[in-house]
Design a protein around this ligand. Structure first.
Ligand code: ZN
Length: 67
């Protein structure tokens, strides 16, 4: 098995972006029996926070269209 000892700067940058853009986060509703979950990737921290709150707030799942 060959070992790559030299890593070009370009390869390292590619790895860096691959890590970011392929990383998928999943937030599931903690309520037992609820299948609601939100999957996202490559979003801003603010958007991730918003989606997380949406996923874990079960009150929004039982009345999705009622306002
Ligand atoms: Zn739920």
């Amino acid at each position: 098995m060959e070992q790559i000892t030299q890593t070009s700067f370009g390869a390292r940058v590619a790895d860096f972006f691959a890590l970011i853009f392929t990383r998928t986060d999943t937030r599931r509703c903690p309520y037992p029996g609820c299948a609601v979950h939100v999957r996202f990737r490559a979003v801003s921290p603010q958007e991730a926070q918003r989606l997380t709150e949406l996923a874990v707030d079960h009150a929004r799942h039982v009345k999705p269209t009622e306002r």
